[in-house]
Design a protein around this ligand. Structure first.
Ligand SMILES: [Mg+2]
Length: 274
């Protein structure tokens, strides 16, 4: 991956969540963010995708975006790189395999009769019905290595108890835009730190991170500039740590474009021309 120095001497990187952030929550389109995306590419600023999606889904999107940068899948569980032939390859994993997670979930459900449905309980048709993904995309979404997205169908009170039991089992549950995702303890921020270390830019990177949901908090808090994309589906995120926190007015890719357009005008994201 090529990195370019900014006029201020550091390596700017843009790290983004996908659903509800770079991608429209309903249509999954990034069209509204195209002007900023193209400008990043023109300046040679790497765009790193960091999502709860699977590697299969993310590689597809990387192709659509025309990028070959490393990416982080399944809420920080897996760091992948793209090979010379354009395939994805697991580089580092930060969580237990999905089978371990499913084993714990089955035990909890048997013992407490919880009402929830996970991807493991659904056919691709059902996944496509509750996500709006096409059947082919639903198959890619079901190809999970580390995590299990759940639709909670029980009471809020029992959710509280369930969350406690998940923690006691050494697992981690986080609410994304659409699902409660259960994995081994990992997060998007820690995985990003590992990537920066691999790239040798842990201290010299200038990270702009964008996200919209509670599963983006650690990512946002590990950035130099945290961009909170407006979402009507979650409470306003409390982000502590970064020197700057910017909140978009618009939702999804329109909000992405709105904030990135402002940041691209600043010296921190100006790179020496090719
Ligand atoms: Mg999101």
């Amino acid at each position: 991956m090529t990195k370019k120095r900014s006029l201020l001497g550091h390596y700017p990187l843009v790290v983004t969540d996908l659903d509800g952030t770079l991608l429209d929550r309903e249509s999954y389109s990034f069209a509204a963010a195209l002007p900023a995306l193209e400008e990043l590419q023109r300046r040679g600023i790497p765009l790193i995708l960091n999502s709860s999606k699977t590697a299969t889904e993310m590689l597809e999107l990387q192709r659509a975006l025309g990028i070959q940068t490393p990416f982080i899948a399944e809420n920080g569980a897996g760091l992948y790189r793209v090979t010379a032939t354009g395939d994805s390859q697991l580089w580092h994993s930060f969580a237990a395999q999905r089978e371990v997670v499913l084993g714990h979930l089955c035990e909890l459900r048997d013992e407490h009769q919880y009402r929830f449905r996970g991807f493991a309980d659904m056919s691709p048709v059902e996944i496509s019905a509750c996500t709006g993904l096409t059947p082919a995309q639903a198959v890619a979404a079901a190809a999970r290595a580390f995590s299990e997205p759940l639709q909670w169908q029980d009471t809020a009170e029992r959710l509280h108890l369930f969350m406690q039991q998940i923690t006691d089992a050494g697992l981690y549950a986080v609410q994304g835009g659409r699902f409660l995702t259960v994995t081994g303890p990992c997060n998007k921020g820690a995985a990003l730190k590992a990537l920066l270390q691999e790239l040798g830019v842990l201290d010299s990177a200038y990270v702009v991170a964008l996200g919209d949901s509670p599963n983006d908090i650690e990512l946002l808090q590990s950035a130099d500039v945290a961009v909170v994309i407006r979402s009507v589906h979650s409470e306003p995120l409390q982000v502590e740590g970064p020197a700057r926190v910017i909140r978009s007015q618009a939702e999804g890719p329109s909000g992405w474009q709105e904030v990135m357009q402002t940041l691209l005008a600043e010296p921190a994201l100006q790179t020496e021309r090719l």
